[in-house]
Structures are given as C-alpha cells and as structure tokens.
Design a binder for this molecule. Sequence first.
Ligand SMILES: [Zn+2]
Ligand SMILES: [Zn+2]
Ligand SMILES: [Zn+2]
Length: 438
Amino acid sequence: MEHLPVGLLAHLFELLAARDVLQLSLTCRSLSPSEPAVQLALERLITQRFGDVAGFLRADDALWPRSLVVLRGVEMLRMKEVLARSAVRSFEDAADCRPSCMVVSRAWLVAWKKRCQGFEQYLLQFRMTKKKLLQRERSTKRKSRKQRNASETLAIERLRIEATSGGAATAKAALSEAGAMIVCAHGNLLPASQCVSRAKRAIVTNDTYWDLAVYAPELCGFPLRSCCDCGTCVLEQEARELEAEEKKKARFDGEIAGSGALLELLQRKNGYPKGLFSPTEGGAAVSRRQQQQLAPHLSINGHSKYATYFLVPKKWLNKWRKFVRSQGDDVPGPVLNAELVCLSHRRTIVPPYISMFLSGYSLEQSLKAMQALSSTPSRQYEIVTFGEWEALYDRYCAEFAVGFDVINGSYHWKTQECQICNYGIGGGSPSDKPNSHR
Ligand SMILES: [Zn+2]
Ligand SMILES: [Zn+2]
Ligand SMILES: [Zn+2]
C-alpha cells in the first residue's frame, strides 16, 4: 500500500476519518505521517475535502503542519458546520419531529463543543498566519504581540501534549461516555426516568446524525420512530422500587411493631404529648406570661390519678424517626442521657429550660431565656408519656430513666433534683426543692 501513487493514497484517505488514517499509519513505517507521500496525501485531503470549512489552510502555504491533529481539527470544523445548519431539538418536542429523526445524548453535544473549541484554538494560529506576518513587519507594539504569541504557543503546546499523551485519551473517553449516556446496560434506550440531568436526550435530523457519526462513532443514536424505553430496564426499575418499598415497610413494621404509643411519638412534632397541659378553653382568661397549665390529674374517688413523663434527647428521637422511616443503617442505639444525672449524688440534673417550660412558659420563651444566660445552647429534650417511654425502653434501652409525675397540676421529679450540682451549694432541705412545685 505504501507504494501507491500519492493521488491514490489521497483517494484512500478520503474514504477514511482521521482515526482510521492514524490506524493505517501505524501499520507501516512508510505510511507514517512524517513520510512525504503521506504528508502530500494529507494536504490534498485537508485542502480539498475540507476546503469549504478550512479555506485558510492553503496548499501553497507551507507553514501549517500536514498532520493528523490538523486533520482531526478540520473534521471538528466540519461537524461544527453540520451542527450550525441543523437545529438540535429537545426531547420534549418529539411529537413535532419527523419519525426518521435521531435521539442522541445532549451531554455529548456539550462535551463535543468543548473539545471543538480546543481544536479551533489550535487551528487559529494557521488562520492568522498571514495577518501576523504583516503585523510582524510593521507593528510597533512588540510587547503585546510577544505576549499574545506566548499565550498561543502555550495553547498549541497544550494541545500537542494532549494529542500525543493521556490527555487525548481522557478527552476521548469523556466524549465516548457522553455519547453513550442515553444507552442502558442492555444496549437499548435508557428509560427517561433514569436519565439524570446530564444524560438528557436531544433530537437531531437523520442527515445530521449520520454526518456527525462519520467523525464521531461514539455518538449513539436511536431513530425516533422505534424509540422506546428499554423494557428490561423499566421492569428492573419497578422491581427495585417494589423491593425498596417492601424493605421500608419491613423496617417500619419491625421498629413500631404495632405500638400505638410509638406511632404517635413518631408523628409528633411539637416535642411533648398533648395530655401534658390542660386544654385552654377558647383562649380565655390566661395571662400572657403563664400560658399553659399542667393537666391537673386530680385524684378521683380517693384513687390518686397521676401521669408520668420522661425526658428523651431530641437528637436521639430525630435519629430514631429517620431510622424508622428509611432503609438507612444509622441505628439509633440506646437512649444516652447520662447528662441528666449527677453521678456523685445520684440525682437528677434538670435542664433549666425544662423547668421553665413545665412552669407554663412556652418552649420558645424557655429556650430563649436560657440562651440569654448561657453561651452554649441547651441540649434539647422531648417529653414522652409513660407508655412511649416503656415502648422505647423495651426496644432500645436507655442509660437512665429520667422522668417526673404530674399530680394535682404540679410536677415532681422521680429522682430529686441535685441541689449541689444545679445551684453550686445545696440550699434548703432536699425535700423542698424550689423547682419541683409551682
Ligand atoms: Zn436496559
Ligand atoms: Zn414534690
Ligand atoms: Zn449532684
């Protein structure tokens, strides 16, 4: 083949894209791009077949290299011209497109544009040659030209390095990946529901597609007429969703286990049970400061009827709620609340904002007041009912059970508040705690 006359070699090259010429040139040393015959064939190919898009590369101009990089560059210019005269439509317009149109990956168009810019920049130096030569002769602005030349040289050098090293392979791989983004693992059209934004579809005409595909074999296309989502993928997706749904249900059923108490706790948003305070009747005569009153739980017929509540760290409950409602592996673990107990005196350390809250201030007021007093924000707790605490304790255990009873409208910590830890020095008798009675 290497003994073909130049004319025939040029003819042969005309049937090939740059990547094929590259393959061919690797087969025999006498076909290497540095051989005069190959150079001449490349020159003919570039100036004749691509004359309309690369007229600035003239046969009588010896300055531009007769190289495969230049050939690839003019191929990019050809594709640019093809895209410029044809409209790319979005998949949403499919109904208005002819059935012969092709569905392609939008990501490829974006990636290709970027790649094309690189080649354009490279070819620019040859486009400007004549102008530059003239400038060189008469220009007085030597400095700026020097700077420009320097930046051009850099760009060229970058492209040359890229073309001869891993850079080109990376860019090629990126294009291939982008071109196949609408293709599923089965080689069919990836269902629209699985197309992330980068894998969106675009529509080009059939002619445009084949004009591009000559130079971009990585561009996958599906004719609009027979274009439907991969059936296997759709079924697989449905199976996955069903499985996820079942897993979620199994998690929910396993954790809640039919407990009405836990279900209520799961759905609670305000941080304390409804029965904790007396219902306010029509917003009547309640002072603005003391808005809520603990439900009285009066003794009836001599039987003391009281209610018990416990404190659970808000953080733990949030984790628990998330765990119950998801498939995630972030198990809440036991309720850790040791900070509510002073180990030296074995008594309860009540967060001050909880005392305020139980005395009738709103949660916001209580938290705000404590914020003003302390630089570190208080650890927050939710108040849960006895039933809820039992259910939680059964399933997850807890370090300490810290709770209070409400009897006749006032609250009593089950384990006394620690005077020493709360107030520095114990004042008064432990049975007469200032905070436990209103
Ligand atoms: Zn598929
Ligand atoms: Zn008491
Ligand atoms: Zn203490």
